[in-house]
Design a protein. Structure first.
Length: 249
């Protein structure tokens, strides 16, 4: 199922050529290398994606052709129609690995910025005493992606929760009617690189899981549901074809 869903997203990926130099994670063993593309905003132009495991912790890395995290969405002033920008690591792990209903789509880690709303109610990212005004600051989510026709032909969305349904959700689900978790793992930026370290329960098997790297934009439906959050643009894909060539060792 995961491979099928990824093939749908891959329809929007275009090939590019020419490699750029970097002093960061390009030489890490097992990294997915990606050609530079001057047509892509440099902070979302992926040069490499890499992930490594230490017991039940995984650090996901992405190296860009610019300053990672430097570009954020322009505010729209409302939740409906709000823009989201993201660094995403799609995986082959079942959504049940982090507490979602199993078999429901592509489990992906995402670092996102969106100035018009806050979806991390348990975290006060800017430490001002108000946990509801931090959406612009880059933060992490687990999401489950699934093909969603109302978003456009072949498009993906964060999986909706229809009214009246009560699927299994993580304990840190923020209350939105979508398969979204706000686990509080902090994205760290260092020039062209972003990395996020996440933890899994000790009984979850993560060795040999496959992954990829993606930069993308999403948008909140103007009607604020059905679907709520669509993928509207794929900037870059580390593998070029969403084949998930990275493997957790």
């Amino acid at each position: 199922m995961t491979r099928y869903l990824l093939s749908i997203l891959a329809l929007s990926v275009s090939a590019s050529a020419g490699f750029a130099d970097s002093d960061h994670a390009l030489d890490q063993e097992g990294a997915i290398l990606s050609p530079a593309d001057e047509a892509i905003v440099a902070s979302f132009d992926i040069l490499a994606a890499h992930a490594h495991r230490n017991a039940n912790q995984v650090t996901f890395h992405m190296t860009t052709n610019g300053v990672a995290g430097a570009d954020t969405p322009d505010p729209t002033g409302a939740l409906g129609g709000a823009s989201v920008q993201s660094y995403v690591w799609p995986t082959s792990l079942d959504p049940a690995a982090v507490g979602f209903e199993g078999g429901t789509g592509i489990l992906a880690l995402a670092a996102t910025s969106h100035p018009d709303f806050d979806d991390t109610p348990l975290v006060d990212e800017n430490r001002d005493g108000d946990p509801a005004n931090d959406g612009l600051i880059w933060h992490s989510h687990w999401v489950v992606l699934t093909p969603t026709e109302p978003c456009g032909p072949g498009a993906l969305a964060v999986r909706d929760i229809p009214e009246g349904e009560t699927p299994k959700l993580p304990a840190t689900w923020p209350g939105l009617p979508i398969f979204l978790d706000s686990p509080g793992f902090t994205p760290l930026f260092d020039g062209p690189e972003i990395k996020v370290t996440v933890g899994f329960a000790s009984d979850v098997e993560i060795a040999d899981a496959a992954y990829d790297g993606v930069t993308a934009a999403l948008r909140v439906n103007a009607n604020i549901h059905a679907p709520l959050l669509c993928v509207t643009d794929v900037f870059d894909v580390a593998s070029g074809d969403l084949s998930l060539p990275g493997v957790l060792q």
